[in-house]
Design a protein around this ligand. Structure first.
Ligand code: HEM
Length: 519
């Protein structure tokens, strides 16, 4: 509703409307007639008859209890009957497409007045466009699907495909050749890991963890084995449809009986008598996008060891939903293979060489998770800074308490350290071949991922303490905190549990210990 169509009132005038059937309040210089709404108010009618609320300015009381987005809902916009003369509204919620001005709500490189050695002009333009894109086309679907648990809307996947976002989420490489990226904003050969970091972090900013995985998260980990080890025929058959968001693929490694212990997998593949097909039997568990996947990049046990096969959905493949603590929009599945026949041409890499196929992708996968984890915890910092500024207790904002400030300090330190280490590793990735990355960065990435998620878990716990009951409530003020606290465990498990990754980092370091070094 445009302000000019609204009447203006003096505060004295508003103060006359304080009774049943004639009740007004002021919020942020706008006058609300809540005479009828009061009986529908989720917080009850009685709050409006408080002498400090009825006919008064209830702005402070309102923002201590509601998110700004409540005021943006059309059914509540209709309650506005006018504005206070000579006053302007000053508050705003999330501004779509824009950078936040809350301290530490954006990484340093996006904060006014700061500099970065890593991000070019092109990265900066790219970030603007990608943020606008996610805010315009993805944000609402992310919130709605996270809630109803349905798979991400095809319209969103199609929109992402139009600007080749699915392809860009696979990182730099040959798969981008000839594609128009973000309407030509970045040339395929210029696209680097910082562009990819931007995409992953903007997606994480939607604050919908299950959806983040649902929106072709399986492809980010399940497609590289096809890109790197598939035959030309297989590539032609699978890659275009997956990158167009028309088909889903997932990575099926972990099983009910084996998780981190990849060599302990029990799903078997035996050659048919004519040697033309594999016959696959077994199960897979916690497979992201599995419930709606068309293809399964699957680790199986063959006579010669571990082998990776691309199994299309077909007879003998069954997928069931697993209800985890995040949304079923991620399509997390329990999969059974019952005498599934797979052409031998669908073997990825060498028979018995599956471990190389799987390991070749782990670094990139974990690095993507670091990007996402760094950004999600930053959003929590923003939520906490806003909440502790607008919520009052004992007559003062929460942030006037030293214990609260101490928690905020720790959160900010953790978030900043994670992002800065991430940017440094990303720079190394941009300047190393894939092989160099594998030998030089596997340990660093493993360390960063376990450090980042450990930071995230502490931040989640601190945020709940700061938000109190609202931090464990799925709606209202603390909804993002509740969501983060409930889903942080995913970041800490997927791609390797924290202890496993720490150990990997140390073992990598020990391998480089010089034999002649002595204290
Ligand atoms: C136009 C004005 C208002 C609208 C449209 C409104 C709307 C709502 C809505 C939608 C909720 C559900 C929780 C949420 O989604 O955040 C809610 C809860 C609540 N509201 Fe309001 N409200 C208004 C003004 C007020 C005022 C002025 C007060 C108190 C002074 C108040 C007190 C409460 C309380 C106590 C709750 C429950 C909060 C909780 O469960 O934590 N509301 N309101």
């Amino acid at each position: 509703m445009a302000n000019k169509q609204l009447k203006t009132f003096s505060r004295e005038e508003v103060a006359k409307h304080t009774v049943e059937g004639d009740l007004w309040i002021i919020i942020d210089a706008k006058v609300y007639d809540i005479s009828r709404f009061k009986n529908l108010h989720p917080g009850g009618a009685s709050v409006f008859f408080d002498p400090e609320v009825a006919g008064q300015d209830a702005t402070e009381a309102f923002f201590g209890l509601h998110r700004y987005e409540v005021l943006e809902k059309p059914q509540y916009q209709r309650l506005i009957i006018g504005t206070i003369e000579g006053e302007e509204s000053i508050y705003h919620g999330r501004v779509a497409g824009e950078l936040s001005t809350v301290p530490y709500a954006e990484p340093t490189w996006l904060t006014e007045g700061y500099h970065s050695p890593y991000f070019s002009k092109n990265h900066r333009e790219f970030q603007k466009v990608v943020r606008r894109f996610f805010d315009q086309y993805v944000w609402e679907d992310a919130q709605a699907r996270e809630e109803d648990g349905k798979r991400p809307s095809q319209a969103v996947l199609d929109k992402m495909a139009e600007v080749n976002l699915h392809a860009m989420r696979m990182g730099p490489g040959k798969h981008l050749k000839g594609l128009k990226l973000m309407d030509g904003l970045v040339q395929p050969e210029e696209f680097d890991y910082f562009h990819e970091l931007i995409i992953t972090q903007e997606l994480a900013r939607c604050g919908a963890r299950g959806y983040g995985d649902g929106i072709l998260g399986g492809k980010v980990i399940g497609l590289p084995p096809i890109l790197n080890f598939g035959s030309d025929k297989l590539k032609a058959e699978v890659i275009p449809d997956v990158l167009a968001g028309k088909k889903f693929i997932c990575l099926a490694i972990s099983e009910a009986q084996a998780g981190s212990d990849v060599m302990g997998l029990r799903t078997t593949a035996v050659l048919s008598e004519d040697g033309k097909e594999w016959i696959v039997n077994g199960n897979k568990k916690w497979i992201t996008n599995g419930t709606f996947a068309d293809y399964f990049t699957t680790g199986v046990r063959t006579e010669d060891g571990l082998t990776v096969l691309l199994i299309p959905r077909g007879p003998g493949v069954e997928t069931k939903q697993i209800k985890t603590s995040y949304s079923t929009t991620a399509g997390t599945a329990y999969i059974t293979f019952d005498n599934v026949r797979v052409p031998v041409e669908n073997t990825l890499g060498e028979v018995g060489g599956g471990i190389f196929v799987i390991l070749s992708n782990f670094n990139h996968e974990r690095w993507v998770m670091c990007c996402s984890s760094a950004r999600s915890q930053r959003s929590i910092v923003e939520e906490c800074l806003k909440w502790t500024s607008q919520r009052k207790a004992f007559g003062k904002p929460l942030n006037s308490q030293a214990v609260i400030r101490s928690k905020l300090a720790a959160m900010i330190q953790r978030t900043e350290s994670v992002q800065h280490w991430l940017e440094s590793i990303t720079y190394q990735m941009c300047n190393m071949s894939y092989k160099q990355q594998a030998s030089k960065l596997a340990g660093q990435i493993a360390f960063l991922k376990s450090y980042s998620t450990a930071c995230g878990q502490e931040t989640a716990r601190d945020a709940v303490q700061i938000f109190g009951g609202r931090g464990i409530t799925r709606t209202g003020m603390g909804r993002f905190i509740e969501h983060y606290h409930r889903t942080i465990a995913f970041d800490a498990l997927l791609g390797g549990a924290e202890d496993v990754l720490r150990d990997l980092g140390v073992r990598q370091a020990l391998r480089g210990m010089p034999e002649d070094a002595r204290l």
